[in-house]
Design a protein around this ligand. Structure first.
Ligand code: IPM
Ligand code: MG
Length: 359
């Protein structure tokens, strides 16, 4: 029996609703598969923990997490606390502390969903956005002086390192190579930003020499935003900086039908530390506590986690179950349906249990 140790951190808002749903689905998969088991520990960290203890996670939180094979993360953010406390105290601390430098964001229009774009045929949108996740515009480099005075100044400096850009390029080229079209679009803003972004372009061209089978093209981020709307079928794998890919991936989620289904993986491809899997949608204060959050993004990221753990058959079985439930029109309100989180979760578990056992 293969055993995988999972740290579950539901944290804030609807994270507390979708992570338990995701864990039930994963348990159903493990039962169905019979070849692996999950040892799950749910950690109570997040904004409520902060209100009780003054920290988002314990001082030795990273050490605790290091003992796990993967982290299943809900969402962080609280209406009454600044993001600088909640986000930097938990999610970014884990991403940066474990050097989870590759953020992977697949986008597809799931069966039964409709893109808000006219003329999108099924299969037209099948993208993977590879987001640099350790530096760039999120490096936290800068400062603020003369606070409150008319001459107040603030800087937010983007940090691009050769090592950081090279390693994310290799991840992106590897993903592009593994997909049928073998097409990678390198997104920058190197016309206006002549240092870091030109280095991105240079390094992309260097790394490309090791991947002669991958077609590589350059696109400026503004043009890329327009292309995602106007010619979505022309895109396959995309690599971009931390901030650019943050923005493009929200657009991707929207054109695929809903942010409620969009998953992400924060990977340490060198596997020195556990990787972290989460839905993109965030804590969603407006609907938290109502039991109506869409759990599909959490299921999808659960499939990415299974893949990372080497459980490919279970990952595929999970996506088949999710696709079947979507095709059957069992949708939460964000997708125009009337189902609640519990109904969608039960439908996915039923699809898993009803499916033929994986070969
Ligand atoms: C995301 C989110 C976060 C990010 C926020 C919450 C800081 O938008 O995962 O895309 O930009 O990294
Ligand atoms: Mg974002």
């Amino acid at each position: 029996m293969r055993r995988h140790r999972i740290a579950a951190i539901p944290a804030d808002g609807v994270g507390k609703e979708v992570i338990p749903a995701g864990l039930r689905v994963l348990e159903a998969l493990a039962r169905r598969d019979g070849g692996f088991a999950l040892d799950v520990e749910t950690l109570p960290w997040g904004s409520d923990y902060y209100r009780q203890t003054g920290v988002m996670m314990p001082e030795d939180g990273l050490e605790t997490l290091r003992g796990f094979d993967a982290i299943y993360f809900g969402a962080v953010g609280d209406p009454d606390l600044p993001d600088s406390v909640t986000l930097w105290g938990l999610r970014l601390k884990i991403c940066q502390g474990f050097d989870q430098y590759a953020n992977i964001r697949p986008t597809r229009v799931l069966p039964g969903l409709t893109s808000p774009l006219r003329q999108v045929e099924p299969g037209d949108i099948d993208w993977v956005i590879v987001r640099e996740n350790s530096e760039g515009e999120y490096a936290g480099h800068g400062g603020r002086a003369h606070r409150g005075h008319p001459e107040e100044v603030a800087t937010e400096t983007s940090i691009f390192t050769r090592a950081g850009v090279e390693r994310i390029m290799r991840v992106a080229f590897d993903i592009a190579r593994s997909r049928p079209r073998k097409l990678l679009t390198v997104v920058t803003k190197s016309n206006a930003q002549k240092h870091g972004m030109v280095m991105w372009d240079d390094i992309a061209a260097e790394v490309a020499k090791n991947y002669p089978d991958v077609t590589v093209e350059k696109e400026l981020v503004d043009a890329m935003a327009a292309r995602m709307v106007r010619k979505p079928a022309s895109i396959d794998t995309v690599v971009a900086t931390n901030l650019h890919a943050d923005i493009l991936s929200d657009l991707a989620g929207a054109v695929a039908g809903s942010l409620g289904v969009a998953p992400t993986a924060n990977l340490d491809p060198s596997r020195r530390a556990p990787s972290m899997f989460e839905p993109i949608h965030g804590s969603a204060f407006d609907i938290m506590g109502k039991g109506i959050a869409n759990p599909v993004a959490t299921f999808w990221t659960g499939a990415m986690m299974l893949e990372q753990l080497g459980e490919d058959a279970a990952a595929k079985a999970l996506m088949r179950a999710v696709e079947q439930v979507c095709a059957d029109g069992v949708f939460t309100a964000d997708l125009g349906g009337t189902a609640d989180t519990e109904t969608v979760t039960r439908a996915v578990i039923a699809a898993i249990e009803g499916a033929n056992a994986p070969a």
